[in-house]
Design a protein around this ligand. Structure first.
Ligand code: MLT
Length: 404
């Protein structure tokens, strides 16, 4: 008789955004006339920029001609895209990263879930609390998290690093020594950042204790302040301790197109074993390459026209962020984030629990957000709104919230 992976049975409930979607769908069914505004999941609303659409059309046409048809993509990504990424995202920022250290994938969500596979199951992970749920859930599926305690909403073998208003959303080095440290900056869900100096301390710490930082930079396009780095490789010594995960979803609206990449520097070694080699082996075995047409679209993100159009798109979302932040502050809410990230993290009013506030907002204002406790116990009492909606809806949602 076969057995299932019992680690799955330890997972609490369903994936956060599936739970929210179910609740919202049930509400909409019961209230068919309600005009629900969704500022929950960080999904983009602006259409793909014209320069990218043009590249997609061109690549589709190429697929229809025998001379320019492409079959399986190289499993690590086409050279044209890897070289463009290296040049624009790394060399231009003074980071010593080469094209062959970049692994193209179908997105940062899958990479951030899969990267743990190249590490031993008895490695200890450290995560910020609150945290993007994929990091913890994927490690739990692999059996690295111990047991889940429903009372404390924590896993027995995970090191949690609280990031709350009290410590300025800056994690402190944990008492227990971790092997793998997840850092997301700009942060999902809090929308806050670490300065370059603060991140450098984490890089030095990881090198000192022999840990790897899994650095999620999916939101780097939203950085507006000069002392926040766009890549962890802007910090000295990061090549020997950090893996960086990047996405095309948030900077170029590829949530439905799917493209991302992971950087594994060749200096990153566990004894004699190169993590670059392990990830290449894993990627080569389990992934058949992002589609040619999508990689051409990714290349267009870095064209002059693409860059200009995406700068506007990011500015559009950040206008929403500013409106939410200012509007909520005026209404008496305490708000964080929204300066270098498309997320606003607010304190729930009158010490309401995050899920109570979720229900209240859905029922009375028909606005959907994300309960902070869904990201971890220290997210309790907080709530996340995304700036990825369209401007008119965002203003309407604000108006409704202000009237509550
Ligand atoms: C979020 O809302 O946290 C993100 O959109 C989820 C994701 O990028 O997978």
């Amino acid at each position: 008789m076969y057995k299932v992976n019992e680690n799955y049975l330890k997972l609490p409930g369903s994936y956060l955004f599936s739970t929210i979607a179910k609740k919202v769908n049930a509400y909409q069914e019961a209230n068919p006339d309600a005009k629900i505004i969704r500022l929950g999941i960080g999904d983009v609303t602006q259409p793909i920029a014209p320069a990218i659409i043009e590249a997609l059309h061109k690549a589709v046409d190429e697929m229809g001609q025998a001379e320019t048809f492409h079959g399986y993509a190289p499993d690590l990504g086409y050279a044209f895209l890897r070289e463009t990424i290296a040049k624009n995202d790394y060399i231009a920022r003074g980071c010593d990263i080469s094209a062959d250290e970049i692994f193209v994938s179908d997105g940062a969500k899958s990479d951030s879930a899969n990267i743990q596979e190249i590490f031993a199951t008895d490695n200890k992970i450290a995560v910020c609390d609150p945290v993007y749920p994929v990091y913890v859930d994927s490690n739990a599926m692999a059996g690295r998290c111990g047991d889940y305690d429903f009372k404390t909403e924590t896993w027995s073998k995970v090191i949690y690093m609280p990031t709350t208003a009290e410590n300025g959303f800056v994690p402190e080095f944990p008492k227990e020594t971790p092997d793998l440290i997840y850092i997301c900056c700009p942060n999902n869900p809090t929308g806050t950042t670490l300065t370059k100096a603060q991140l450098q301390e984490w890089v030095d710490y990881a090198n000192r204790i022999g840990a790897v930082i899994l650095y999620d930079a999916a939101y780097e396009a939203y950085i507006s302040e000069a002392d926040v780095v766009h890549s962890i490789y802007e910090c000295n010594g990061a090549r020997s301790c950090a893996i960086e995960l990047r996405s095309f979803s948030k900077n170029a609206g590829f949530t439905g197109v799917r493209l991302g990449f992971t950087v594994v520097p060749k200096d990153l070694k566990c004894g004699d074993v190169s993590l670059h080699g392990l990830w290449a082996r894993r990627h080569g075995t389990k992934f058949n390459g992002a589609p040619y047409i999508v990689q051409r679209a990714g290349e267009a993100v870095y064209s002059e026209a693409g860059k200009a159009q995406l700068k506007e798109q990011v500015a559009y979302y950040m206008k929403n962020a500013k409106a939410i932040k200012e509007g909520l502050s005026k209404a008496g809410y305490t708000v964080y984030g929204g300066v270098n990230a498309p997320y606003i993290w607010l304190k729930t009013p009158e010490q309401m629990s995050s899920w109570d506030f979720f229900d209240d907002l859905l029922n009375r204002a028909n606005v959907v957000g994300t309960p902070g406790s869904g990201f971890g116990p220290h997210g309790e009492g907080y709530f996340r709104l995304t700036a990825f909606g369209n401007y008119e809806n965002t203003l309407e949602a604000l108006e409704r919230i202000q009237k509550l």
